[in-house]
Ligand binder design. Structure first.
Ligand SMILES: [Zn+2]
Length: 114
């Protein structure tokens, strides 16, 4: 392959790479907006419930998570601070939260997450 074609390949690679990043970025924004419209406090500090029923607050941003395994748009596998076990967790809609539930979640999560 001569040098001209090699340069062309690098340019095409860069353009494709940038396009993929832009498309992924758009999908992340769309998914976060969809979750917000459905009544979840996503992206941001979200009240979640573990599979054993404990409430706590965690940072939930669609498209990225450092401390959890994503299993779907409203399901994660993450450590629950109340029972100390890894469990499936689901976000709770803002409208479904009572003051008592918010207080429980904030207490379980400690001052760092509030
Ligand atoms: Zn739990």
């Amino acid at each position: 392959m001569d040098r001209r074609w090699l340069g062309f390949g690098v340019v095409v690679g860069l353009v494709v790479g940038i396009l993929v990043l832009v498309v992924v970025g758009i999908l992340v924004v769309v998914q976060n907006r969809r979750m917000r419209r459905r009544g979840y406090a996503i992206p941001g500090q979200t009240v979640v419930r573990c599979s054993r029923g404990h409430l706590f607050v965690t940072t939930w941003v669609e498209g990225g998570s450092l401390r959890a395994v994503r299993l779907g748009p409203t399901t994660r596998y993450q450590r629950c601070p109340t029972c100390g076990r890894f469990a499936t967790i689901h976000p709770v809609k803002d409208a479904d939260l009572t003051e008592e539930m918010r207080r429980q979640a904030a207490e379980a999560s400690g001052p760092a997450a509030s």
